[in-house]
Design a protein around this ligand. Sequence first.
Ligand code: SF4
Length: 300
Amino acid sequence: MFSFIKKFFTIIQKDIKMEIIIGKNAGFCYGVKRAVDNALIEAKKGKVYCLGDIVHNKNVVNNLKESGIEFINDIQQKNSTTIIRPHGENKIVYKKAKEMGIKLIDLTCPSVLKIHGIVSQYSKEGYYIIITGKRNHPEVLGIKSYVQSNCIIISNIEELYESIEEISKEKKVLLISQTTYNSKSFKDIANFLKERLNGDTDLVIKNTICLTTENRQKETREIAQKVNAMIIIGDKKSSNTTELYNIALNYCANTQFIPNPEEIDLDKIKGIKKIGIMAGASTPKEDIHKAKEILLKNNY
Ligand code: SF4
């Protein structure tokens, strides 16, 4: 009798509970984790500055401020110790730091450093450089500073249509990307260039979207197709999280983009049986767990 009652209640419980699918690739990527961990180690050693927000996430920045790190917009403190964030920096910063006796803790993500090397090499060889990405994003501005030849930044294929006549005159062209660009858009742009540039142009395509970004976007696409609502956690300034939101929205109209788990709009997910959670590369794992807890606590 007792086992029958237990089984009965388990079935009811299952019926009323929402299924929550959390992306395996959600949250801090290796580049961000490496930067945050090392910044904390440096903070324990003494006074340290960080050039710009270490990542686009207010909570992470505030936690680091509490540990004593001071965030600055320009290197100005002579003989100080200053962190370079994972996005990387303009080439000129390294020169300036040397002149001012500043010790740089360079936490530029290795995937971004690789791009600096590629554009440096190809532009020296006279290639016209096309960078796909956000025009004013710090990572893109950093990449551009390593280009010594003609260069264009395009954020979408429409911008390429406008410049294609000009680009067609080039003999050597390199297509490269911001690490967090949309992988599908990059492929479309690459295919368009292959079609439009004739055989006389040496076209080199380097897909430098980082692997964790590609995996996160792929997983977001898959989850968004399986669920009735999606929650994307991350700062609105975060480029990679914005991409995740746009991808999810394509497949799931009921998608929320929230900076903090506390901001989940519970009314929008009332009665929904399956919900997906994904988070950007700069979102701490704790925020993901908190979001799950909030959903479970509200018995959705
Ligand atoms: S998103 Fe990719 S490139 Fe950017 S910090 Fe993370 S691992 Fe590095």
